[in-house]
Design a binder for this molecule. Structure first.
Ligand code: GMT
Length: 381
């Protein structure tokens, strides 16, 4: 098949999934194109044999913002014309589903089929804002296929995007289980990130883009509560708008020496695999790719039980879930696991087994391939 993927370049699960899918489909012999603002950012994941189409959003003093949605449509129209596509698979509906729709209107109804994968806040937050909702609903409904990574998001999408009895396919996210694998912690490298007196203390790790929805400040509050009972440290990976607030909270709580900020890194698996526990404090999460990556490393996840996280983390088996916003309950769950090394290791081993059983890359590629064929029917060119 000839497939174009559309995704954001910024750090985020939807871009990770889109670029891994693009790579996997190219390896299976499909002709693959990727449309995004800055394909360089997905360079490592994409590799050779995939054609990149940068989005060139026009800026002009009259416009308050660059015309991103229009530029994605223009790029897709160009790919469609040159490559005679079978399928455009957009990741994150806003505004990609709209851009794909517009490109197809320009090229003609048989130009390509459109599959939209909804990822989270394109349904639960920005996708239902007043200035977006009607266009988002229309564009998602106009897609030939709709997929979501969890049953939770399927139900939410049906409800808030008013999709009626429209078929929505649940295809769970996946992880590279070789890249995210159990490994001996690099103790020297980890100790070097913290104050000297914290060396050797149990390690909690959190990875996110530090947006308000992740409630990263809560991770510091959880650490502070844990430290009322025993030593522990917290490694924060990633960057984003809330970073300064998190730093300020660590200072306020008097745990500055026990909190390290690594920023964005390509070395995420190395640090996650070295954790005793992974901490996730999001107020909503359609799936929680970071939790899946931790489980793939054999690290139990302690999280608020929101959105689709209950599908990814089996409470009491592969991790522990607490009521949303209940910092004390999260700290208690972490304390119980830190107090019992055997139980924690057993949980980590079960987490890894579960990932190998349910979330392998190859199995997800099979499912997407079957789905693409169903959507395209006999229409592949
Ligand atoms: O929805 C977002 O705010 C961004 C999006 C992203 O690009 O990372 O995150 C969503 O998609 C991920 C990949 O499917 C999921 O793992 C995240 O849980 C989901 N985020 C939210 O639902 C907040």
């Amino acid at each position: 098949m000839r497939i174009a993927y559309v995704c954001f370049s910024s750090y985020g699960g939807s871009g990770v999934i889109a670029s891994a899918l693009a790579r996997g489909m190219a390896d299976r012999g499909h002709e693959v194109h990727v449309v995004c603002s800055d394909p360089e950012l997905h360079e490592r994941a994409l590799g050779d044999g995939i054609r990149r189409w940068p989005v060139r959003a026009a800026e002009y003093p009259l416009f308050e913002r660059p015309l991103y949605a229009v530029a994605v449509a223009a790029a897709l129209e160009e790919v469609g014309r040159e490559a005679s596509l079978d399928l455009v698979h957009v990741h994150y509906a806003v505004p990609h589903a709209t851009s794909a729709y517009l490109a197809r209107q320009m090229l003609g109804p048989d130009a390509f089929k459109i599959v939209t994968t909804l990822h989270g806040t394109d349904v639960t937050r920005v996708g239902v804002e007043r200035g977006v909702r009607s266009v988002n609903r229309f564009s998602v409904a106009a897609s030939d296929g709709i997929t979501v990574p969890s049953a939770y998001l399927r139900d939410a999408a049906r409800d808030v995007l008013a999709l009626g009895d429209r078929e929505i396919e649940v295809i769970e996210n996946f992880v590279d289980t070789d890249q995210f694998a159990p490994a001996e912690p690099d103790r020297g490298a980890i100790d070097a990130l913290f104050a000297e007196e914290e060396a050797g203390a149990p390690l909690l790790v959190h990875v996110s883009n530090f947006r308000p929805v992740k409630r990263v400040v809560d991770t510091v509050d959880v650490l502070a509560r844990i430290r009322e009972h025993r030593p522990a440290r917290l490694l924060l990976i990633g960057d984003g708008p809330d970073r300064a607030a998190v730093q300020a909270r660590a200072h306020e709580q008097g745990v500055g020496g026990a909190v390290a900020f690594l920023g964005t890194t390509d070395d995420v698996p190395r640090y996650v695999a070295g954790a005793d526990l992974f901490l996730l404090t999001s107020e909503t999460e359609s799936f929680g790719l970071a939790a899946l990556e931790a489980q793939s490393c054999g690290v139990p996840v302690v999280a608020y039980g929101v959105g689709g996280l209950g599908e990814v983390i089996r409470d009491g088996e592969t991790g522990a879930l607490a009521k949303s916003g209940d910092v004390a309950a999260l700290a208690d769950a972490a304390l119980a696991l830190l107090a019992d090394d055997d139980a924690r290791r057993r949980m980590g081993a079960r987490a890894r087994e579960d990932v190998l059983l349910r979330y392998r890359h190859a199995a997800a590629l099979d499912r997407y391939e079957r789905y693409y064929r169903r959507v395209c029917g006999d229409a592949t060119k």
